[in-house]
Design a protein around this ligand. Structure first.
Ligand SMILES: [Mg+2]
Length: 160
């Protein structure tokens, strides 16, 4: 009997943003404000003159930042305005990193029981290749949602 019960046991792994909690127009407005405020803060930053003077000693300057890769254009222009010469700017693919981290967490779970992983990331085709490596007991599904809150793109709230 016990074995039978455990055969039917399922574990749900559920995402929050755009899955359990949906962002409406107002939430995106606040998201927009937070990005605007972040940029306003960054515009107040001052260049480190001593480091700037040292950079010409190097043949190649690669700037590696934890800023999100969606901020690359803003960052490029901020650096150029500050007179910083660089060869390459690399920002952080945060969303990819978070998705990979989620996969490693699900991968580390005990898979004797079936796992259903519900996340809006499964609405994106990009992940399909990577997901083939998941355990056969792991089923991935996008959230079901009401038509009212369905919007074409991610609120992006969770990864900044
Ligand atoms: Mg999400």
């Amino acid at each position: 009997m016990e074995a039978e019960a455990s055969d039917t046991m399922k574990l749900a792994v559920v995402d929050i943003d755009d899955t359990l909690l949906m962002g409406g127009r107002l939430s995106r407005l606040f998201w927009h404000f937070s990005l605007t405020f972040q940029r306003m803060g960054r515009r107040l930053q001052k260049v480190n003159g001593r480091l700037l003077d040292q950079l010409p000693e190097y043949d190649t300057v690669v700037i590696l930042s934890g800023r999100d890769k969606h901020e690359i254009q803003f960052t490029q222009s901020q650096l150029r305005k500050a007179g910083i010469r660089f060869d390459k700017l690399i920002c952080c693919p945060r969303k990819d990193l978070i998705n990979k981290w989620k996969m490693s967490v699900v991968d580390s779970l005990d898979k004797e029981n079936r796992i259903v992983w519900i996340d809006d990331i499964f609405e994106e085709n990009l992940l399909k290749g990577a997901l083939l490596q998941l355990h056969p007991n792991v089923t991935t599904i996008p959230p079901t949602r009401t038509a009212l809150v369905k919007n074409g793109r991610s609120s992006e709230l969770e990864w900044l």
